[in-house]
Design a protein around this ligand. Structure first.
Ligand code: NOJ
Length: 547
């Protein structure tokens, strides 16, 4: 059955939305098998609604051998049984819609699992009709300029397949053969999958690894014009048949390249701001506003309908691909002193441990997330300051069970501990006895309640999602101040990145005579004059509405 589009008729809804990234396996186990599932998410929708979440991004849920946690899809039309059924998915989407929330799912476009029937058939014979769905070569020397992404585990993007004596191409793990987008059947198959789930009622997709779809010799096979042309075709399909649905690009690229995924307003509506994220961590560590100002100034203006998705952490390593080698060394040294904290070109840690579990730093980081230009996305568990487990392999350490309560298995599952996909964090300062939702819900001073309050304020002021952003001269490099402005709403945000008290005098000639009230504390400030003096406590931030 084809479902009608849901929710607000404003096609730009995503500009005001707060997003929440959720790993279904880790969220809540409804049937006590040790793995989180879709029914579990359904049971926790009230929690997400109460937090103020507008749109959930679900990590992969389709049929998969889970070599790369579902980014290796073996059937795009079915839900992995461990996570539930297609009917459960329907119930979940309906449950979200009833609460005014939307759901987007991960769509892995670049590759399939090696267990996908297409690949099984393709590798069965050189003459298989599916052979050309993938990229084969007699040796491993083609596309030599393509970088390796999983540098810790891979030495080549080619894998020899003895059955037919040829190599196939893979950007990620060898179990994830890349699709051949030059084959029109592949392109059509992907569009059919997209139509299927949009007809089903899904509100859109977070599209995985989009820069890599097409490959051309003598290039690094990223961001090719052919890839953009196909993505524009995808957007046309959505605009013509599913207005209001969202396409969010995962394009881990420099600002200028990422920006191209918005096209002229005819490609993705949203894209992750990968270059901004590490600069936030540099700024926090150096107590210096300039890295954030510089990267935002380097980011070209985006089309009207477009919006950045800004984030602090996600399910992968904190990627350091978009920084200079010096910046990378700095971030590794400061944030990943133990080699086990490093993975590929990144850092496999969660937000709270990265920020020394320091409450003021955490809130300051959230102040940046909720007020810089773009729509924010929260990684599950970071709203309560969950920790990580660096003893686990690959990125598993940041994918441990959601800590609901000080109860067996963190209240995530009633299964035997040995049946869990991963143990909840049960020792040290991040153990579920200390860090859990139930405790923070009943503590009005908790991080959870602070985050919830910031979300509520953000959502009642459209300047945060839609406004222009003008940085103010502070004459104090440790203070980051900017004005967000939309229609007649003006909000002055001031963040003290320093661990010590600071004073600033802001040059406010454009707003002389305005009153200023802090949205967070309701404190009234003296009427604004040309020089607006402020005294800031360590890591203090102000969200001042000017009237
Ligand atoms: C990006 C995803 O975020 C990551 O988790 C995955 O391993 C790769 N794409 C491959 O699909």
């Amino acid at each position: 059955m084809v479902r009608k589009p849901f929710g607000s008729l404003d096609p730009l809804w995503y500009k005001d939305a707060v997003f929440y990234e959720l790993y279904p396996r880790a969220f809540f186990d409804s049937n006590s098998d040790g793995h989180g599932d879709l029914r579990g998410i359904l049971e926790k929708l009230d929690y997400l609604q109460d937090l103020g979440v507008d749109c959930l991004w679900l990590l992969p849920i389709f049929e998969s051998p889970l070599v790369d946690d579902g980014y290796d899809v073996s059937d795009f039309y079915n839900i992995k049984a461990r996570f539930g059924t297609v009917a459960d998915f329907r119930t979940l989407i309906d449950g979200a819609h009833q609460r005014g929330m939307k759901i987007i799912a991960d769509l892995v476009m670049n590759h399939t699992s090696n267990q996908h029937p297409w690949f099984r058939e393709a590798r069965s014979s050189r003459h298989s009709p599916k052979r050309d769905y993938y990229l084969w070569n007699p040796d491993d020397q083609k596309f030599r300029e393509v970088r390796i992404i999983f540098i810790d585990s891979q030495t080549s993007n080619w894998k020899f397949d003895p059955a037919t004596n040829e190599y196939y191409f893979h950007r990620f793990f060898p179990e994830q053969p890349d699709l051949n987008y030059d084959n029109p059947l592949v392109r059509q198959a992907m569009l059919d999958i997209i139509k299927h789930w949009l007809d089903f009622g899904l509100d859109g997709f977070r599209c995985d690894a989009v820069p890599y779809l097409f490959k051309r010799e003598e290039s690094n096979c990223e961001n090719l014009p052919e890839t953009h042309a196909f993505l524009k075709e995808l957007r046309r399909l959505v605009d013509e048949n599913y207005p209001g649905r969202l396409l969010l690009a995962e394009a881990n690229q420099p600002p200028i390249e990422t920006h191209q995924y918005f096209g002229n307003g005819d490609e993705f509506q949203m894209g992750f701001h990968f270059p901004l994220m590490p600069q936030i961590f540099i700024a926090l560590k150096k107590q210096d506003a300039r890295p954030i100002i510089d990267v935002i100034r380097r980011t070209p203006p985006i089309p009207n309908m477009a919006q950045w998705c800004i984030f602090l952490r996600n399910h992968d390593e904190l990627t350091l691909e978009m920084v200079t080698p010096e910046e990378r060394d700095f971030l590794w040294r400061e944030y990943a002193p133990d080699p086990r904290m490093r993975l590929n070109l990144g850092i496999r840690r969660r937000l709270a441990p990265l920020l020394d579990n320091d409450r003021r730093k955490l809130e300051l980081a959230y102040s940046l997330l909720f007020t810089l230009p773009g729509s924010p996305i929260i990684y599950y568990g970071d709203e309560i300051g969950m920790g990580d487990n660096i003893a686990l392999k690959d990125r598993d350490g940041v994918r441990t069970p959601m800590q609901w309560a000080d109860a067996p298995n963190a209240g995530f599952s009633t299964a035997e501990i040995t049946a869990l996909y991963s143990r909840a964090i049960d020792d040290g300062e991040f153990s579920y006895a200390r860090v859990n939702v139930a405790a923070q819900q009943s503590d009005s001073n908790s991080l959870l309640n602070a985050v919830k309050k910031m979300i509520a304020i953000r959502k009642s002021h459209r300047a945060f999602g839609r406004g222009t952003c003008e940085f103010l001269e502070t004459k104090n490099e440790t203070v980051l101040a900017y004005v967000r402005r939309f229609e007649n709403e003006i909000i002055l945000v001031v963040n003290n990145l320093s661990a010590s008290s600071q004073t600033v005098s802001l040059w406010m000639s454009s707003w002389v005579g305005h009153s200023a009230r802090d949205l967070l504390t309701q404190t009234e400030f003296p009427q604004i004059e040309v020089h607006f003096p402020l005294a800031l406590a360590p890591h203090q931030f102000l969200w001042l509405v000017l009237k």
